[in-house]
Each structure stands twice: as structure tokens, then as C-alpha cells.
Design a protein around this ligand. Structure first.
Ligand code: UDP
Length: 467
């Protein structure tokens, strides 16, 4: 009989996009797939647009929007009362367990529930319904190795106190304590729920990871050897990636503009679905780009509040945010987009030559599979760790100096952009990424490591159902 799986991506575009790609892999292997969606607590045009795009381009996948969580009578706002955006997110996901359970109960058959890494509370739903449950870890194996370990450590020492001292953990090169996410440092309201969610990962029947073995050999080995969870068995880890959106946008103005540019000539700057900068930083980027003399395509968002990232932002007023005359002076060599670009299509365009990225994991994989050298400018969440892996383990990028200080200066933007586009070092980096791109393609082809890992996962799942 056809296997039937329910995927539960939680909140956020960065978590939905790869889950939709996972849905396609299940379909390819003959399963029926339903994606159970949580509507963000605050109106999110990006999320709604991503859902609409995913549903339109994947008619064989069922998308089911869960009804809102029942209101908590003790609260005036339906139980969603915590102010900090991370706490808000976890409270909200916890409250969504009831609608998820009702939905799963209403289905004639479910063979497995696949959870996003932040949806640990749904483990209890799976246990109640006696369902095999897996995680889909939407970041890399290196992150997974580090965070499984951190979740079990005494993190009372603040990372700020540790400063730049080196941390050594299985599966990762030594890294600076300051590259750990600010969100899990002591005193951050998000630390407890995030570490609590990560603590529960080993309870699942297995963890699917959006990576491929040869990209992260050290981390994969440490995970398989059980070194990352000292006090609990590590469930099977299946590296099934890279699962990357296919793009498919054709008509966007920036793609028409790229059509008119020479091959490999444009630096693309984009900072994820939530990355924002203060006006001063935007000005420095603009000055650096202009001085570099290189062609660029830059996605600019309105300055936001890093403590309230779920709140949608207004369209940026480019004339007010960027240096006077910048848009006019660079109109022949550059294009600035407001808020959003069809990123995958841009990255794969023949005119794009390098990627300045915030190191979100999807962006990282999208950059690598487009064969582009990465200029790493991590902003939030696990992106600093991703930067460590990209620069030191994979050697597919270089860091923008100042990312961990107040400002990346214009001079650094100019220097790195010129280095990657004009200098031999940049050429060597491009060659190396092209080689890794080839390995990524092989991994997901029939007989490749990621294809084989998914087949093994399905076999293990079938064996579970027989128990
Ligand atoms: N994205 C996009 N256009 C933009 C910004 C982001 O299409 O202007 C997409 C990007 O291609 C990626 C996702 O949004 O698939 C962002 O995920 P990532 O993990 O890189 O970062 P996050 O947004 O979760 O920080």
C-alpha cells in the first residue's frame, strides 16, 4: 500500500521551503504527502506567498492549513502573550499541537510524521497517536552536531564571557564562542525554548538532514559515532540533501536585467527572509559596492528590529536609506531590489558571479548548487556557525570582516567584492565550489549517497510499521 506521510514545517519561510522539497522526494518514492501548515501569528506576506508558490508548483502535494489554536481563556490574546519573537514562536507552536492532533486523527492512515527541528512538542502528539516520528533538520550536519551537544551542556556561562576563546566539540573545527548563536546565550529569552527543542531531537526515530555526506564528513562521522549526544543514543541520521528549491520564476525585472549582463559578472547580495541592517550599514554597503566598480544586484529591506523579527516590514524607501545619488550613479552597473528577489533564479543565472550571503542554510545550499563563491556575512540564529563550516571546513567562502562587530565597513565590502571578482584567490574559490556543486548533483542522483540514505530511511520506516 502507498505510504502516507505528514510533514510539519512549523513557522518561517526558511523552514517551509526545504520541507516542500522533502515532500517532492517522498512523492518521487511513491508516498502520499500532506504538508500541515501553521499560519504565522503575525501576518506574513512572505510566508503566504511562499505557500501559494509551493502549492501552485506542486499540485500532487496536499497543503492543509491547520485551524488556529484554541484560545487560552486565561489570556486576553488567545494564549499568545509572550513579547519576544522566539518565545512567541515556541508558545505558538506548542498551542498548535491540539489542532495538529485533531488533523492527524482525522486522516484515514498516517505512516509517519516528519517534524521541523523546532516542533519538539509535536513528539508528544506522535507518541499519543503511536506514530513513527522523524525530524527533518533544515540546517547542516555540523550545526546538528554542535547543537545536539550544546543542548545537553551547562550553558550558564554566557558566550559573551567566553569571548573569543575556542570551543571544541565533536563534529566541528574549533570555533570561537562568539560564533555561537546569540539567541541561546544566557539571558536571551529564546535560550530555554530553543535548547529545550534541540534537547528532544534524539527522541525521534531518526533525523533527516538537508546535507550530503561528502560536504560535511567530519560532522556526519561524529553523529554516526554517537559522539554528539553524550547521555542518550543518537537515532539514525540520514543525509538526504541538498534539497534546494528549483526556482522557476521567469518574468521578474531583475532576471531581465541579468539577461543584459556579461557572464559571471554580477555580485548578488541577499540576506535571507529576515535579515535587515540599520541605515548606516546600508550606506557602507552602498559606498563599498560603488567603489568596487563591480556589477551588483542587491536586495534591500527596511531596517528592522532584531528583537521582533516576525513583524512584517514596510517597503524600503531607497532614496531615504541609500547615499544621495547612489542609485543614479550606479544605474548602469547595479540594480537594487526592494525586499525580495527570486533568489534561486538569480543565483543560477549565467550572469551571477558571486553571492554575499547571511549564511542561512538554504541560501548556503542554493549558492553551492549554483556553483558560486560565498562571501559570508552571518546575521542571526545559527548563521555564524554556518560561516565557520563554510569557511573552515568546506572552504567554499570567505568571511566579511566586521560581521561580529558594529559595522562591516565600506572598505571591506569593496575589498572582498573585488577580491572575489577580480583576483586569483576568488577564481580558485569559484573552481572549488564548481567541484563541490558536481558532488552535490551526484549525491542526489540514483545511486548517490543522499539517494541511498533516503532509500535506507524508507526501509527503516517500513520495518517500524511492522513492529
Ligand atoms: N529568499 C528569496 N528571496 C529573498 C530572500 C530569501 O527567495 O530575497 C529565499 C532563499 O532563496 C531561501 C530562503 O528564502 O530559500 C531563506 O532561507 P535561509 O535558510 O537562507 O535563511 P532564513 O531566511 O531562514 O534566515
Amino acid at each position: 500500500m502507498k505510504r502516507s506521510v505528514v510533514l510539519y514545517p512549523g513557522l518561517g519561510v526558511g523552514h517551509l521551503t526545504p520541507m516542500v522539497e522533502l515532500a517532492k522526494v517522498f512523492l518521487h518514492h511513491g508516498a502520499a504527502v500532506t504538508v500541515a501548515l501553521v499560519e504565522p501569528p503575525t501576518n506574513s506576506p512572505d510566508f503566504s506567498a511562499a505557500v501559494a508558490r509551493a502549492a501552485a508548483s506542486n499540485p500532487s502535494v496536499t497543503f492543509h492549513v491547520l485551524p488556529p489554536a484554541p484560545a487560552d481563556p486565561s489570556s486576553s490574546d488567545g494564549g499568545i502573550s509572550s513579547a519576544h519573537h522566539i518565545v512567541l514562536m515556541f508558545d505558538y507552536l506548542k498551542a498548535m499541537c491540539a489542532p495538529l492532533r485533531d488533523f492527524l486523527r482525522s486522516l484515514p492512515a498516517v505512516d509517519a510524521l516528519v517534524l521541523d527541528m523546532f516542533c519538539g512538542d509535536a513528539l508528544d502528539v506522535a507518541a499519543e497517536l503511536n506514530l513513527p516520528v522523524y525530524y527533518f533538520y533544515a540546517s547542516g550536519a555540523g550545526d546538528l552536531a554542535v547543537f545536539l551537544n550544546l543542548a545537553r551542556m551547562d550553558t550558564r556561562t554566557t558566550f559573551a564571557e567566553l569571548g573569543d576563546s575556542l570551543v571544541s566539540l565533536p563534529g566541528a573545527p574549533p570555533f570561537k564562542a562568539s560564533d555561537l548563536p546569540k539567541e541561546i546565550s544566557q539571558g536571551s529569552p529564546g535560550a530555554k525554548p530553543i535548547l529545550g527543542a534541540l534537547y528532544r531531537l534524539p527522541e525521534a526515530n531518526g533525523i533527516l538532514v538537508n546535507t550530503f555526506e561528502s560536504l560535511e564528513t567530519r560532522a556526519v562521522r561524529a553523529l554516526r559515532d554517537g559522539l554528539c549526544v553524550p547521555d542518550h543514543p543518537t537515532p539514525p541520521v540520514y543525509c538526504i540533501g541538498p534539497l534546494v528549491s528549483e526556482g522557476g520564476e521567469k518574468e521578474h525585472e531583475c532576471l531581465r536585467w541579468l539577461d543584459t549582463q556579461p557572464e559571471n559578472s554580477v555580485v548578488f547580495l541577499s540576506f535571507g527572509s529576515m535579515g535587515t541592517f540599520p541605515k548606516k550599514q546600508l550606506e557602507e554597503i552602498a559606498i563599498g559596492l560603488e567603489k568596487s566598480g563591480q556589477r551588483f544586484l542587491w536586495v534591500v529591506r527596511s531596517p528592522g528590529n532584531p528583537e521582533d523579527m516576525l513583524r512584517p516590514l514596510p517597503e524600503p524607501d531607497l532614496d531615504a536609506l541609500l547615499p544621495e545619488g547612489f542609485l543614479g550613479r550606479t544605474k548602469d552597473t547595479g540594480l537594487v531590489l526592494k525586499s525580495w528577489a527570486p533568489q534561486v533564479d538569480v543565483l543560477r543565472h549565467r550572469a551571477t558571479g558571486a553571492f554575499v550571503t547571511h549564511c542561512g542554510w538554504n541560501s548556503t545550499l542554493e549558492g553551492i548548487t549554483a556553483g558560486l563563491p560565498l562571501l559570508c556575512w552571518p546575521l542571526y540564529a545559527e548563521q555564524r556557525m554556518n560561516k565557520v563550516f563554510i569557511v573552515e571546513e568546506m572552504k567554499l567562502g570567505v568571511e566579511m570582516k566586521g560581521y561580529n562587530e558594529e559595522l562591516v565597513e565600506a572598505e571591506e565590502v569593496e575589498t572582498k567584492v573585488r577580491w572575489v571578482m577580480e583576483y586569483e584567490g576568488g577564481q580558485a574559490l569559484r573552481k572549488r565550489v564548481a567541484e563541490v556543486k558536481g558532488r552535490a548533483t551526484e549525491a542526489i542522483e540514483e545511486g548517490g549517497s543522499s539517494h541511498a540514505a533516503f532509500v535506507e530511511f524508507l526501509k527503516d520506516l517500513d520495518n517500524m510499521s511492522l513492529l
